[in-house]
Design a protein around this ligand. Structure first.
Ligand SMILES: C[S@@+](CC[C@H](N)C(=O)[O-])C[C@H]1O[C@@H](n2cnc3c(N)ncnc32)[C@H](O)[C@@H]1O
Length: 285
């Protein structure tokens, strides 16, 4: 099967690993629930009768909702209009800075999510980075980031997949999943506690992903298991000498599939566990 990359190039996006993880997904799915959807690489590449996608990052979810409200022609016209209005290009840093200033000058509730999408397209590593005042503060992606033809192509495909997705932007602690039943499937790709990826999403006091979050998630997945719902959890058990002991203990009652065992140094010695990252997929079926 041909998988398509999300036009957000989201940090932590699962595109490269789709063939590996989807190999272990159920073949027939009634409701698919993507609890930490991020760039939506997973939920836009899956077949199900209906799809829910949640992420606490409301800036990202607002972009998907804005995409849904436009036809693909309207969306591309809007993006092209913004790019030419602000004279954005891979090398025009001044244009990027002026555009970012404009975006941040608008009150948060009135900001245009399509403008944010375009801003991200020209920013460093396509990251959604906000400071505590909810100002977008990612630097310019000089010579590297732009809304190029590949992203346009990915966007066209992505847009066609969004039509029937129900989007939510909630803290996963607050979501009611009691309606899920046998035949439904939940995919969880949370931040990995022992790796360093940061999701600075502009919420004041955001502390990152904690042990309490991990434990809450394990309980939630146990509950789904009792409800007869299938789940798959992506995570990292070991990273450069750190181990997620709680995860390693909890996962023993389920099935663990190796996804990626990386050696973080090309001159690795097989025995040097300091350099290893072990990424796994845990399923209850
Ligand atoms: C590893 S990324 C998911 C990437 C996604 N699978 C993809 O392919 O793009 C983890 C996501 O969890 C979200 N997140 C972090 N804390 C959360 C919470 N408490 N509730 C819901 N989502 C959360 C982050 O905003 C981030 O987008």
């Amino acid at each position: 099967m041909l998988y398509r990359k999300s036009p957000l190039n989201y940090i932590g996006g699962k595109y490269k690993q789709l063939p590996k993880i989807m190999h272990f997904f159920p073949k027939k799915i009634n409701i698919m629930y993507d609890l930490f959807a991020g760039g939506c690489d997973v939920c836009t590449n899956i077949a199900a009768n209906s799809i829910y996608a949640n992420d606490i990052n409301f800036f990202v979810i607002d972009i998907y909702r804005a995409f849904q409200n436009l036809t693909i022609h309207e969306l591309l016209n809007s993006i092209d209009g913004i790019i030419s209005q602000w004279n954005l290009s891979m090398n025009n840093e001044n244009a990027y800075i002026s555009f970012r200033k404009h975006y941040n000058s608008v009150p948060v509730e009135e900001r245009n999510p399509i403008e944010l999408y375009v801003l991200v397209c020209y920013s460093f590593n396509y990251q959604f980075r906000f400071n505590n005042n909810r100002e977008f503060n990612n630097p310019f992606g000089r010579s590297r980031s732009s809304f190029n033809s590949k992203m346009r192509e990915n966007l066209i495909h992505f847009h066609s997949k969004l039509t029937d997705i129900h989007f939510l932007s909630e803290n996963f602690h607050d979501i009611d999943l009691n309606f899920l039943r046998t035949g439904d499937f939940l995919y969880a790709d949370p931040p990995y506690r022992i790796t360093t990826a940061s999701y600075n999403d502009g919420r004041r006091g955001f502390k990152g992903w904690t042990l309490e979050d991990d434990l809450f998630l394990f309980e939630l997945l146990d509950r789904l298991d009792r409800q007869g719902v299938k789940f798959a959890l992506s995570n990292v058990t070991e990273h450069k000498g750190d181990r997620n002991e709680e995860l390693m203990k909890w996962k023993q009652k389920y099935h663990t599939h190796r996804i990626n065992y990386n050696y973080n140094n090309s001159n690795y010695q097989a025995k040097n566990t300091e350099l290893i990252t072990r990424e796994v997929l845990i399923t209850n079926y």
